[in-house]
Design a protein around this ligand. Structure first.
Ligand code: PEP
Length: 249
């Protein structure tokens, strides 16, 4: 049985005060949710506020990115050990916005994933195709390539600790959700790749989240698909009642 993960990616939203008010309003709304792991990923600078407010709750806090080295002359970067040191537990790696705007590649995704694991963070590694890739029938080639370049080089032991998020880029922030069937098809494909590389047991236990315009009114249909093990939620995770409705689907 795979325990769902419901993770909020706040991107570049909220101040520290807004972060604390959110967590204080949200945590009681999900206090009885034992069925899922609940994660919020604010900006780096708001991690301490989120971690402080989420203490003694069932909400865990994650970062939206990480650098692959432990320390050094890398102005502006944040290391994995510095994240674990403040109580951060998760990290999103390879989000399509990082790939699109900040030069993230499968190679850097791979290095960041290893660095995160070494520091004890739980990586949520993102894969997903762009609209033109879907329309040209390249979804499996793209997601398969991202899996091969960013994930397949892990050891079995490392792989067992990651979560994968399938996020079709055309569904992120657009209001166009992949139908549960479309999402499921790609999840099944990714699980097949996992089976080929890491074996049936690893494929059966890996959590694959869906991301792309998840809202309170479509989460139930998505979660009804046996292939979908949770969601990575952008816009709809910014409001406590909305994200709580998603968590309590
Ligand atoms: C995301 O940021 O990963 C995302 C899926 O955003 P949204 O839910 O707003 O589409």
């Amino acid at each position: 049985m795979r325990k769902p993960v419901l993770a909020g990616n706040w991107k570049m939203h909220k101040t520290a005060a807004e972060t604390s008010s959110f967590v204080e309003a949200f945590a009681p709304m999900v206090a009885h949710a034992k069925h899922a792991e609940i994660v919020i990923c604010p900006t780096f600078v708001n991690l301490p506020a989120a971690i402080g407010s989420a203490r003694s709750t069932n909400v865990e806090i994650g970062a939206q990115d990480v650098f692959w080295l432990k320390e050094g002359a890398y102005t502006g970067e944040i290391s994995a050990p510095s994240l674990t040191a403040i109580g951060c537990r998760w990290v999103i790696i390879g989000h399509s916005e990082r790939r699109q705007y900040f030069g993230e590649t499968d190679e850097t995704v791979f290095k960041k994933t290893i660095a995160a694991l070494d520091a004890g963070l739980k990586p949520i590694v993102c894969v997903g195709e762009r609209l033109e890739e879907r329309e040209s029938g390249a979804t499996e080639t793209v997601c398969g390539g991202q899996f091969t370049g960013g994930i397949a080089g892990l050891t079995l032991e490392q792989f067992a600790k990651i979560v994968i998020a399938y996020e079709p880029v055309w569904a992120i922030g657009t209001g166009k959700t992949a139908t549960p069937e479309i999402a499921s098809d790609t999840h099944r494909f990714v699980r097949g790749e996992i089976r080929k590389r890491f074996g049936a047991e690893a494929a059966g236990s890996c959590r694959i989240l869906y991301g792309g315009s998840v809202k309170p009114d479509n989460i139930k249909g998505l979660m009804a698909q046996p292939e979908i093990d949770g969601a990575l939620v952008g816009g709809a995770s910014l409001d406590p009642a909305s994200f709580a409705a998603i968590v309590n689907f």
